[in-house]
Design a protein around this ligand. Sequence first.
Ligand code: CAA
Length: 256
Amino acid sequence: MYKEVQLVIQDQIAIITINRPKALNALNTDVFTDLIQLFGNDLPKQDLRGVIITGSGNKAFVAGADIKEFLTLDNDKAMALSQRGQDIFMTIENFHVPVVAAVNGFALGGGCELAMACHIRVAGRSAKFGQPEVNLGIIPGYGGTQRLAQLVGKGKAMELILTGDMIGSEEAERMGLVNKVCDDQDVLEETIKILNKICTKAPLAIRESISAINAGFNQDGFKAEVTSFGRLADSADFKEGALAFIEKRKPNWKGC
Ligand code: CAA
């Protein structure tokens, strides 16, 4: 069904594995087609509580865009490729349930950009991050110049992108690029733990949080927060949340 990714759904969590271990899971045309199919269409609209993106094998999350596909690029084709990458990563960033990157190994170039498009990043201790595009005479093209600065600040983003340096996961965590570092073999388990915790919260509030946080990085974030807050106040769960607090019990979320 998919050429270069695998999908497993367990306990209402979709685990998407980029599956090109021989190419360190580099993002080629087929991976993008599969991701568009998944996020645009195939992932369940109901009863899905979270998504995990990871890479096959233990060497790489994703080592970047597929450099082998760069050979035939001209100006128009490069702009189209960059736009396609940005569009799919934007879809992931705005997905209605949390998307967590389980980073096992190299997350470089487009791989770091994919991880940054996810809402949260969990990394193994030996994972490596970087935007090494300057080594290839290009720049990050899938939103990396924007999201890296959002996550680590302008100065560190400048340093990482201009030097093309790779950093370890602990340094990435100190910078705010990674949310949590754990032993390599525990990455998936830790990622599921975070999602399980989020899954106990009110689904509509989670959806609106994602939407409001993202809006702050576009233009009208404050306005969006007010709009989301107003929308939530109309929901049954908003009332249930307030009532449960008053009655000193656990809320029973309905997702409506
Ligand atoms: N594209 C295509 N193939 C890749 C790849 C990539 N980004 N990264 C690794 N591979 C392939 C290698 O060509 C190699 O294939 P062969 O066995 O057929 O030769 C295989 O994966 C294993 O890689 P290495 O032998 O290089 O493994 P290593 O352990 O010596 O080095 C590495 C690992 C440091 C990650 C190195 O592979 C590397 O530097 N990869 C490229 C990283 C990079 O520059 N990423 C940015 C791409 S550009 C981008 O992403 C732009 C954008 O924003 C749009």
